[in-house]
Design a protein around this ligand. Structure first.
Ligand code: AP5
Length: 213
């Protein structure tokens, strides 16, 4: 299954990708997670992208596409993947289409997680992260012990770009640069609109039902 998860910041792409990756046995590839790991590791890439991400902007297309191409060439992607946060611009989508076409493949399904901006602002203010990649929410998806990751016992932290002014900037960036991808993929007939305001578990069940039909 070659799947893209589209939707505004905080629509639940990462939460869904983790569940879907386990259910469909394909890797979850998040460009945001790749960038954050590089920032944490103090790599050259991390230094290049930190100020862009902290301001709620987009990392340049050429850099982002190169990273995704490298990741998709790894053996675990042979039978498919779930892309979370990529593509995010029309040029990124066009380059992904061209890459898959060269292999005789194509994007099979694009899940458009629909979620209003005001719900998103509330979700971001309650989000807590672990460096292992798990995401929690103080109200809707709390860890068993406050401030501690259920999976590895790590200390939870607040993402630098989850402050409200940055969230509003990320939403504006989404509407301007990423929303046009819905029309791009509708032309390919692969978009499934999914209500992103249901519970995490119910949303996963609806997506699995849609992709298995
Ligand atoms: P990225 O990490 O991709 O961030 P994003 O798209 O803004 O999405 P988020 O991770 O914020 O949210 P999500 O939809 O995954 O929601 P989540 O499941 O965590 O990108 C970060 C930055 O990197 C970008 O701003 C950009 O600068 C750069 N970047 C990344 N990719 C790029 C690209 N391709 N090109 C250029 N630049 C790029 O859920 C959010 C919260 O809500 C959590 O607390 C969760 O527990 C809770 N929640 C989730 N679902 C539900 C639900 N159904 N009900 C109640 N609560 C829920």
């Amino acid at each position: 299954m070659r799947m893209i998860l589209l939707g505004p910041p905080g629509a639940g792409k990462g939460s869904q990708a983790k569940n879907l990756s386990a259910a469909l046995s394909v890797p979850h590839i998040s460009t945001g997670d790749i960038f954050r790991a590089n920032i944490k590791g103090g790599t050259e890439l991390g230094k290049q992208v930190k100020s862009i991400i902290d301001a709620g902007g987009l990392v340049p297309d050429d850099l982002t596409v190169r990273i995704v191409k490298d990741r998709l060439s790894e053996p675990d992607c042979t039978n498919g993947f779930i892309l979370d946060g990529f593509p995010r611009t029309i040029p990124q989508a066009q380059q992904l289409d061209a890459l898959l076409r060269m292999e005789g493949n194509a994007v099979e399904v694009v899940i458009d997680l629909v979620c209003p901006d005001e719900i998103i602002v509330g979700r971001m203010s309650g989000r807590r992260m672990c460096s292992c990649g798990r995401t929690y929410h103080l109200v809707s998806n709390p860890p068993r012990m406050e401030g501690i990751c259920d999976a590895d016992g790590g200390s939870l932290y607040i993402r630098e770009d989850d402050k409200e002014p940055t969230v509003r900037e990320r939403l504006a960036t989404y509407h301007r640069q990423t929303e046009p991808l819905i029309a791009h993929y509708k032309l390919q007939g692969v978009v499934r609109d999914i209500d992103g305001t249901m519970s995490i578990a119910d949303t996963t069940a609806v997506i699995l039902d849609a992709v298995r039909k």
